[in-house]
Structures are given as C-alpha cells and as structure tokens.
Design a protein around this ligand. Structure first.
Ligand SMILES: [Zn+2]
Length: 87
C-alpha cells in the first residue's frame, strides 16, 4: 500500500505533499501544496535530493508511518484471529 504522500524538492528543502502526481513525479515549476501547510514551486536538478528535509513535513510523514504501522498491526491481528478459528 503506497503512502498517501510523496517527497518533492522545492525552494531549498524537500517537502512532502499529498498532491496527486503522475508516476514520473511532479514536474519542475509546479506549485505544490505541502504537508507543512505552505506552497512551494517544485524544483529539479542533480543535487535536489541532497537538500535537507523540511522538519515539519518529516514530522507529518512520521505520523503517517505510525498510523500505517498501527493499521498493519490491526490487520495482522484480525488475520491471526481468522486463522485460529479454523481449528
Ligand atoms: Zn514542508
């Protein structure tokens, strides 16, 4: 299951966005609404992956990770219960 966000470089930092994009990603020059609540113009280049992650976006995505992991645990628990009813 894909995470509901992607990272995009913009204005000196890498931000996370929930904006829908094509497989190829967000084209440079696109205005992107970010998880930290701002808007940046997407950038591209050889070094953009070296830009620091926006701390606020990192925090927001770590919450997504936590939610995702806890859902995973619930799903596994439910599956385990279903399996154990077989015998
Ligand atoms: Zn951000």
């Amino acid at each position: 299951m894909p995470y509901p966000f992607r990272w995009t470089p913009g204005e000196g930092e890498r931000h996370a966005t929930g904006q829908v994009a094509s497989r190829a990603g967000i084209p440079a020059g696109t205005r992107v609404r970010t998880l930290c609540g701002t808007e940046v113009v997407a950038a591209e280049g050889d070094l953009v992956h070296l830009w620091p992650a926006c701390p606020r976006c990192a925090w927001e995505t770590s919450n997504f990770d936590k939610a995702h992991n806890s859902l995973d645990t619930i799903n596994r628990t439910l599956l385990g219960l279903q399996e154990s009813t077989g015998d």
